[in-house]
Write a protein that binds this ligand. Structure first.
Ligand code: PRX
Length: 658
């Protein structure tokens, strides 16, 4: 459970009006779409796929479920994602429209029109082809937030090479694992990335990762020159991105691919094992990226859209790279962090760029509330935010008080707040208010999108009555769903369509509850061993394995603890091979372990709190008693029955923080 605030919201005074003339205009229009989907599910999706996408070869089949749960959508249709996101806009007269306003960490602005974006993508696509990258080959992208990052993704899409973007905060080891698992033939990176005035070496990390072995297939490392800093260089393999682009023509015939052709693979954490490569299709994925831009964000030609996510996460894929461009929108892309040069940066940027739709994470809101409370100069009230008309949040449950602050101080009490629930696996929004439809309740993601058959069931797969909590499932396949786990179809089947629930329901991995009267959904947090730290998804097992790999460590267990700002904080319980450390010694070892996890996975996985004990609390059969550790992590008095624990004495040792 990562819901951290159950205090009653002070939102009763906030009567946020519905958006007028919205893409789905009113509850009746929403119900009509839901009915259309219920009456003829395939016809509903076929209509949307024809309306939202340009097909090179029209599809005749809609859903093929003979191989369920490996569903195929629009499978005999052919299209190209970059064509839909670029060429189509030029044909529609948007060549001179600004596609991207890029703001760098130090505030420099770059405007890129759709025409310019098209030429850059074509050049890089040609360059990749010239380097031997062809349809089906995989390309890893390890880039900062940049125009070049989006160009790289769309260039891969243009030649039918699935990309796998790795978040720039991941370590060399994490990058290496992903490069090897996906069997990449090229990496696109930058010399350095710049965040909050500091540079971080990306190319050096790529070299470190490639030197770990198993990556002989990498024939090209293309490097975007962001800072001009010193970097290692290997002739033949390493190429400057601008030189690759400059040598190529600025048009490029797209590779027409089948709708099921993998557009990308994005790694995410599960409760067990190594991160899994979530594979998405071209047609179904892009359809939902475009449709949700219209339905949830009600995107209009004059809007300025800003999603603050990183392209290394699914939100950056769907609502930076593909969604906004598929609908020909103007968007802001930001290189930096919300607190640099001060915590007013977001509000200042909304004011400067006249942002009308703003999409961010609850963690960012919570940390900015603190800063705003401490300093009025960085309070949203100190900026002109009148351009805003819609606000969104994603990634974690939003506590009602943060929701209300966001609605009141950022949205001025007039902008609907869209609490969008979805996942890497779902490709796009699953449950979300729609701005012209849904009366809002703080902390609730309200109702499923039309076409999405969400339900709450018990552990046997039976639907539970409203008001009773349970497990969130999606009952029917939908076009933008995960297709498989790269290289591990069995893990896909068992993990997402478990036999216990009958094998047909998609298991999201979240607990949820529906309101007794309205049927609104509220997500109560993950039901598995996945943590959500500042909206970053991490598996407890990954962190445990990283800790256990340290030479000093005998055993480690990791749990989450509710955290006021981050949503959840990582707490690690560690048994050393040597004696249990105490005092300054414990602090020194804890710091070393923290740095180690940063190196093994990335800084986002560093435990906030590390505790030491002589042994792990275990049952007689040797299972770590996690429920006890969760209570200890929260600082609760242990009132639970500990009679099944073999060594209850260690529990009190773990109660002391290092
Ligand atoms: O636990 C849910 C939480 O984030 C998980 C998905 O994480 P990830 O695949 O990294 O994708 C995040 C961005 C789409 C979910 O299983 N989550 C996401 N959105 C919400 C949420 N929890 C509550 N409310 C949300 N709006």
């Amino acid at each position: 459970m990562s819901t951290i605030d159950t205090a009653p919201p002070d939102s009763t005074a906030l009567q946020i009006p519905l958006a007028r003339n919205a893409s789905i205009d009113g509850m009746d229009a929403y119900r009509a779409l839901v009915t259309e989907a219920n009456q003829d599910y395939e016809a509903f999706w076929a209509r949307l796929a024809r309306e939202h996408l340009a097909w090179h070869r029209p599809f005749t089949k809609v859903l093929n479920d003979t191989d369920a749960p490996f569903y195929h959508w629009f499978e005999d249709g052919e299209l190209n994602a970059s064509y839909n996101c670029l060429d189509r806009n030029l044909i529609n007269g948007l060549a001179e429209k600004t596609a991207i306003v890029f703001e760098s960490d130090d505030g420099k602005l770059t405007h890129v029109t759709y025409q310019a974006l098209y030429h850059r993508v074509c050049r890089l696509a040609n360059a990749l082809r010239a380097r031997g990258v062809k349809k089906g080959d995989r390309v890893v992208i390890y880039m900062p937030m940049s125009v070049e990052g989006v160009v790289a993704m769309l260039a891969c899409a243009r030649i039918g090479a699935p990309h796998s973007v790795v978040f720039g905060g991941f370590s060399a080891k994490s990058l290496h694992e992903r490069i090897v698992d996906i069997g990449a033939c090229a990496v696109i990176t930058a010399d350095e990335q710049v965040r909050a005035g500091k540079t971080l070496p990306l190319k050096t990390i790529v070299d470190e990762a490639l030197a770990m072995g198993g990556a002989a297939g990498i024939k090209t490392v293309a490097i975007y020159r962001r800072t001009g800093g010193q970097i290692p260089w290997i002739n033949e393999r390493d190429k400057w991105l601008h030189e690759l682009e400059a040598a190529q023509p600025d048009t490029c015939e797209p590779e027409w691919v089948g709708a099921e052709h993998p557009l990308f693979v994005l790694y995410t954490s599960g409760s067990t094992g190594t991160p899994k490569g979530v594979q998405h299709s071209t047609g179904g994925y892009l359809l939902w990226a475009a449709a949700t831009m219209k339905w949830t964000f009600d995107i209009k030609p004059e809007d300025v859209f800003w999603c603050t996510a990183d392209i290394g996460w699914i939100t950056g894929h769907t609502y930076i790279c593909y969604g906004p461009t598929a609908v020909g929108a103007t968007q802001v892309i930001f290189e930096g962090v919300p607190t640099y040069p001060n915590a007013g940066r977001f509000w200042e940027m909304i004011q400067r760029h006249k942002v009308s739709i703003f999409y961010t994470a609850p963690t960012a809101i919570r940390s900015l509330i603190k800063s705003a409370d401490a300093n009025h100069a960085v309070h949203p009230d100190s900026f002109d935010l009148s351009s805003l008309r819609l606000l969104g949040t994603v990634g974690e449950p939003i506590n009602p008080s943060a929701w209300t602050w966001y609605a009141r101080h950022v949205g001025g009490g007039r902008c609907p707040v869209l609490d969008t629930f979805w996942q890497t696996e779902t490709g796009g929004h699953m449950i979300s208010p729609l701005p012209g439809v849904t009366p809002l309740v703080p902390g609730s993601c309200t109702l499923p999108m039309p076409g999405i058959d969400a339900a709450i069931v018990d552990e046997t797969g039976e639907e539970v009555p409203n008001g009773n909590g349970g497990v969130l499932v999606i009952r029917k396949p939908w076009p933008s769903m995960i297709r498989t786990i790269w290289g591990n179809p069995e893990r896909f089947r068992q993990g997402y369509f478990p036999g216990e629930l009958g094998g047909k329901l998609y298991l999201a991995g979240d607990g949820a509850i529906r309101d007794r009267d309205t049927g609104y959904f509220t997500i109560t947090g993950r039901i598995d061993d996945v943590l959500n730290v500042s909206g970053h998804r991490l598996g407890t097992m990954e962190i445990e394995s990283a800790l256990a790999a340290h030479p000093l460590v005998a055993e480690a267990a990791v749990v989450g603890r509710p955290d006021e700002t981050a949503g959840e904080a990582i707490v690690a319980f560690v048994v050393l091979k040597a004696e249990r450390p105490s005092g300054a010694d414990a602090k020194r070892v804890a710091d070393e372990l923290r740095a180690w996890v940063g190196k093994e996975i990335g800084p986002i996985a560093k435990p906030k709190d590390i505790r030491f004990g002589d042994a792990m609390p275990k049952t007689r059969s040797g299972k770590v008693v996690r429920r006890l550790l969760r209570s200890v992590a929260k600082g609760e008095v242990i009132s639970q029955d500990t009679s099944t624990v073999e060594n209850p004495a260690v529990i009190s040792q773990f109660a002391d923080a290092a």
